[in-house]
Design a protein around this ligand. Structure first.
Ligand code: PA5
Length: 432
């Protein structure tokens, strides 16, 4: 299970201040478990790991099998919560270069998360003459970026497959309403649902994530098993709950002016996990002039770039370091008789061991420099532990937002730019 290690943050978080947060943790915990607070209509994700639709789950596995058998490329169209978690899990488990290393399944590309002509042109080049399928994911069914890119892809599919194009299009959307839902009904696309009571950024463990993950060859049963295990353990209403400890620590640090949280990772494959984390916390907490600004940092690369700022810049930061423990792959530094690079002192040492020393050194140096670290330990990069991790951050995010006094499940602020964009684009009803 998850362990939250606060030893290096001790000089920033006293035991007394820590204990004083338990009451707030308990109140926020009750809001997640029992409702009764703003956003209560979006608590479906809390029990999802046990209450998911088994029939749809079986259909997801069968559909993934079909896509694997008739497609060389799967294009996932979605933005925000409709793709970040999926991409995060694939890259955590299979690495950033999964499309090059996983030869026994279709390549998977994520689009509809930008309005870049270059990105769309690049995708067309990648697909080339190969067979492809499309999974369009949009809970609302009307988000501009995925809707526009889906229209372009639909045209491509129709040119390639004619009247059979609809057999290669899978829509993941609301069970009853929205433009995508309507289109899927009319065109005969196979449909998967996003439960009403699960908001976009909390939806990776629904068909939103599960269908593309199954195509990727990720063991989705074990992902759900991990999430179910976390669900049971995090239901614990006491200070032993690691989600309480994490939420309490970030809340206290925020109160001391640590307004930026950097999710620090030592795995290149964790880059999109950071993106998912940033959306989850940023959209859940950043409202009414409040909220920690979620950011991320990739070590050891960033120790050689913005590491300078971490050590020496403005002291409004804290780090949450993800520690996956040792890897299953063992890589040892060889002995070299010439020793021209003077690295023989490391010969015979595992890369994991060297990384661990860099990690401990950075945590110590940053703490000495005024940047505390909260270490989240999760053993191993396996489907089950990733299920645990996803649920842990969702739960901790809900707790933290309620402790901050905001609704974790709305995002009123994302509408402001849209109004102006639609006015400029001349969208009917937005021209005034
Ligand atoms: O968390 C959210 O609700 C949002 O970030 C959505 O995931 C994002 O805007 C995409 O919305 P939709 O799935 O409706 O296209």
């Amino acid at each position: 299970m998850i362990k939250v290690d606060l030893t290096t943050a001790e000089k920033f978080i006293t035991r007394t201040s820590f204990e004083q947060t338990w009451e707030a943790c308990a109140a926020a915990h009750a809001k997640l478990m029992e409702g009764g607070a703003p956003g209560e209509e979006y608590l479906g994700w809390v029990t999802l790991p046990e209450n998911y639709d088994r029939e749809e789950f079986a259909r997801i596995i069968a559909t993934a099998q079909k896509i694997k058998s008739d497609s060389q490329v799967l294009v996932v169209v979605g933005i925000g919560g409709s793709y970040l978690g999926t991409r995060a899990i694939i890259e955590l488990l299979q690495g950033q270069n999964h499309n090059l290393t996983q030869k026994d399944r279709p390549e998977i590309y994520f689009v509809g998360n930008s309005l870049s002509s270059n990105a769309f042109y690049e995708l067309k080049t990648i697909i080339g003459q190969r067979d492809f399928s499309i999974n369009v994911v949009s809970k609302s069914g009307s988000t501009t970026e995925p809707a526009v890119i889906f229209r372009l892809l639909r045209e491509l599919a129709e040119q390639r497959y004619g009247a059979d194009a609809h057999k290669r299009i899978y829509a993941t959307t609301d069970a009853e309403k929205g433009a995508l839902h309507q289109m899927a009904l009319e065109e005969g696309y196979e449909m998967f649902t996003v439960p009403d009571d699960v908001g976009g950024r909390y939806s990776v463990l629904t068909s939103v994530g599960l269908l593309p993950l199954a195509v990727a060859g990720v063991d989705i049963e074990n992902i759900m098993n991990g999430a179910a295990r976390a669900m049971k353990e995090l239901a614990l209403g006491s200070p032993d709950n690691p989600a309480w400890q994490y939420a309490a620590a970030r809340n206290l640090l925020y109160g001391q002016g640590k307004k930026i949280e950097l999710l620090a990772v030592y795995e290149p494959g964790a880059r999109f996990f950071c993106e998912w984390f940033k959306q989850l916390f940023g959209e859940s907490e950043g409202k009414h002039g409040r909220g920690i600004f979620p950011s991320s940092i990739e070590y050891t690369a960033d120790l050689h770039s913005i590491g300078q700022y971490l050590q020496d810049g403005e002291r409004h930061l804290f780090e949450t370091v993800l520690d996956f423990g040792t890897s299953e792959n063992h890589v040892y530094v060889p002995y070299d008789t010439k020793n021209a690079d003077a690295l023989n002192y490391l010969s015979g040492k595992n890369l994991d061991f060297i990384k661990e020393q860099a990690f401990r050194a950075a945590v110590k140096a940053h703490a000495d420099g005024g940047v505390p670290s909260v270490i989240v330990e999760i053993p191993g990069l396996k489907a089950e532990s990733v299920g645990v991790l996803v649920y842990f951050f969702e739960f901790a995010c809900g707790l933290s937002a309620y402790m901050l006094g905001v609704n974790p499940f709305d995002q009123p602020g994302v509408e402001a730019y849209k109004k102006e964009m639609f006015r400029r684009l001349g969208k009917p009803g937005h021209t005034g």
